[in-house]
Design a protein around this ligand. Structure first.
Ligand SMILES: [Zn+2]
Length: 327
């Protein structure tokens, strides 16, 4: 009987101990669960605030993927993929922004970017007042670019117009032409325009080996250096055709690969009126407009349209800058 009672009492004690243990465990688990939920919510909110930034990051990896896929964006052979080039421009802008968080990007039409500008405005003011943001958004920049020159006819006519309108542009020059007209390249530089390498022979570099790509770039570099005394940082691939190898060479040589967002197809005979309409409707803040300063009789249309194109863009509120000055 005494043994039975003892067992009974010990049993009770054990049960109570187990119950306490169970309660304690439940409390610890609840605490853990609450912590996990809190951390999760905090993480989600922080991501939400940075969402536009993350989206840009995704776009940047998108274009790299595209470039790795041997993508050909051609203006001459008509395989233009403006969508991807716009991604490239966005990626470039995103990179610039990362390089300099202070940089003001009034520049972009996408909601994400405007939100990001607002977020940055808030962060910089530190008080949640993002009132500077709408002002920043009013600053709109675009870049005129002229490929394939220099020459003695169209390049000089284009330079005259740019001088008259007090506008700076970017010339992506071909080594072969630079060798023929180094004095025109000197004039381009003297008048404050930016210069980019556009290869030696306008070859489709997406189809070339690394050694061939290097030869195309370095030959043109040398001729540009001989003419104006420096090597340009900017590079535009002939036909916009990019391969992973070219992409790697760009990185290795610390060149900026420049695409475009508006393709006038001036080389193919787009009329001056159509060029104007196209540029007016397609140019977005941060946009890069592709035209030519050499490459056949149709470039006469470019020369004819250019004064009006500049006026149109100014009327739309754009400040025209060189590619490297784009925010
Ligand atoms: Zn070209």
């Amino acid at each position: 009987m005494a043994v039975a009672l003892e067992r009974h009492m010990y049993g009770d004690r054990n049960r109570n101990r187990n119950r306490r243990k169970y309660r304690k465990r439940r409390a610890v688990l609840a605490l853990l669960l609450a912590t996990v939920v809190l951390v999760g919510v905090g993480y989600f909110v922080s991501k939400l605030v940075n969402l536009p930034y993350l989206l840009e990051g995704n776009q940047a990896s998108h274009i790299e993927d595209a470039e790795h896929a041997d993508l050909i964006l051609s203006h001459h052979i008509g395989l233009n993929d403006a969508f991807t080039v716009q991604f490239a421009q966005h990626a470039l802008n995103a990179q610039n922004k990362r390089d300099d968080q202070q940089a003001v990007n009034g520049g972009d039409a996408t909601d994400g970017k405007q939100e990001q500008a607002a977020v940055e405005g808030n962060q910089q003011s530190g008080s949640g007042q993002g009132e500077a943001a709408p002002v920043q958004q009013e600053l709109k920049y675009a870049a005129l670019t002229f490929d394939d020159g220099p020459d003695l006819k169209y390049t000089t006519a284009i330079l005259d117009i740019l001088k008259d309108k007090n506008v700076k542009a970017t010339f992506f020059v071909v080594g072969l032409q630079v060798g023929k007209y180094p004095e025109i390249l000197q004039r381009i530089v003297d008048e404050g325009h930016a210069v980019g390498n556009h290869s030696q022979n306008h070859a489709d570099l997406s189809k070339r080996s690394k050694a061939q790509i290097l030869k195309e770039i370095e030959k043109a570099d040398q001729l540009i250096e001989d003419a104006v005394g420096f090597t340009p940082e900017l590079f535009r691939a002939p036909y916009g055709a990019v391969s992973k190898t070219l992409h790697d060479v760009m990185k290795e040589k610390e060149r900026q690969l420049i695409g475009w967002t508006v393709d006038t197809r001036d080389w193919a005979g787009t009329s001056p009126d159509d060029m104007r309409e196209m540029i007016k409707s397609e140019t977005k803040p941060g946009g890069i407009i592709l035209m030519h300063s050499f490459g056949g009789k149709h470039i006469a249309n470019t020369v004819e349209a250019l004064p009006f194109i500049i006026d149109d863009l100014k009327e739309l509120g754009y400040t025209l800058v060189t590619v490297n000055e784009l925010p």
